[in-house]
Design a protein around this ligand. Structure first.
Ligand code: PLP
Length: 382
């Protein structure tokens, strides 16, 4: 079975994990800061905090900003639940801004329409690995004195339109990455937050570990080496050394992963170009994207079928597909608690009706790619 996404693990990754298992530290040891330093090097950000997963990362990124209760945060409806849930965890009101019909990323014009005097944060999501229009989003945020957290769960190894790496925080206060196995690099479960702001960095460290500090500059007294203080209500969102060592080893392959993903995307684009009722993903030659997903827009109705049937025919041939994403505002929880309804974000909803993610991961063989192309072509060509 060819799944829609899959990790790539080689002998070096396995050895890196074995080395940690044989060492003194399974957690809170040297592998975590080594991994954090590597992410700093790759992104160019000043600080990095590794966490247990990106959902935890988004939770404490919002918490670190100390926003007012019941203020509003704006994110994309075309995302995974966690991009909006992190607002709810922090007692903020989740507001959505519709997507651009070509890039499927949050549309800056729509953000502007949703801003009120109560808006305090924007969480753009770099969908499928394509960076959002961060220049415009930063301008909007600055004009209204609003914070920005990038959800870059899809986008390690991608670049902004200016050619610099996603995660350098030129356009935001913080950037959050995910290392779940279907994402570009993996630590099993894992995430990381980058920032250039020292005070945010210190707050993130505290929030990651129970709100505790041993920093002698911050203690109200210092009776001895055992002593620690709790200054805020934090969590245990730490990453283990086992995960961090795997992550470091994975990051060494980031460029190889990006190139392999790009070459699969190129083959898909060539194969599906010009087929009626099929729209290719957004293509830009200026902006390097480390593709996390390959999403086709397929007009199933015009092809005389429904998505469920289409997916089943592919599954029968050993090809797994997925749908990214069910618009978050249409989830029962968001409808019940915030009064959202179908029709509120029509572009994301229309996009969703036609979306299908094809398999995309570096461990796919050329034969696997051809198998997917042949099977999809058979279904879309009439
Ligand atoms: C995967 C994902 C997350 C959550 O990541 P976890 O590490 O699984 O918690 C958040 N946002 C987006 C856009 C994602 O795709």
């Amino acid at each position: 079975m060819i799944q829609y996404g899959h990790q790539y693990i080689d002998d070096n990754d396995i050895q890196a994990v074995i080395d940690v298992l044989k060492s003194d530290f399974l957690t809170q040891g040297p592998a975590v800061s080594r991994f954090e330093n590597k992410i700093r090097e790759i992104t160019g950000a000043r600080y990095c905090v590794a966490v247990s997963n990106a959902t935890a990362g988004l939770h404490i990124a919002v918490a670190a900003l100390n926003l007012s209760e019941n203020s509003e945060g704006i994110t994309s409806p075309n995302t995974f639940l966690a991009s909006a849930n992190c607002l709810v965890y922090n007692n903020l009101i989740p507001v959505f801004a519709d997507i651009n019909p070509d890039t499927y990323n949050i549309e800056p014009d729509e953000i502007e329409k949703k801003i009120t005097s109560n808006t305090e944060v924007i969480i753009p999501v770099h969908f499928a690995g394509l960076a959002c229009d961060m220049g415009r989003i930063k301008n909007i945020a600055d004009d209204h004195n609003i914070k920005v957290i990038e959800d870059a769960a899809h986008a390690i190894g991608s670049r902004y339109a200016d050619g610099t790496p996603v995660g350098n925080c030129t356009y935001s206060d913080m950037t959050v990455f995910s290392f779940h196995p279907v994402k570009t690099i993996t630590t099993g479960e894992g995430g990381a937050i980058t920032t250039n702001d020292e005070s945010l960095y210190k707050r993130l460290l505290e929030l990651r570990s129970h709100g505790m500090t041993k920093d002698t500059e911050l203690l109200t007294q210092n009776p001895g080496p055992w002593y620690y203080e709790m200054h805020s209500l934090g969590f245990n969102y730490r990453m283990t050394d086992i995960q961090a060592a795997l992550g470091y080893s994975q990051l060494l392959k980031l460029q190889q992963f990006r190139e392999r993903r790009q070459s699969i995307v190129n083959r898909y684009n060539k194969a599906f170009d010009g087929i009626p009722y099929v729209k290719l993903p957004y293509r830009t030659f200026e902006q390097v994207s480390c593709f996390h997903l390959y999403v086709l827009q397929i007009d199933f109705e015009k092809l005389g079928t429904v998505r469920k049937e289409f997916m089943k025919k592919l599954t029968d041939k050993g090809i797994g597909t997925q749908v990214h994403y069910i618009p978050v505002h249409t989830q029962p929880y968001y409808k019940t608690h915030y009064g959202y309804k179908i029709g509120d974000y029509p572009i994301a909803e229309r996009y969703y009706q036609k979306a299908l993610s094809l398999p995309l991961y570096p461990a796919m063989s050329d034969d696997d790619v051809q198998k997917v192309i042949d099977a999809v072509k058979e279904l879309v060509q009439q």
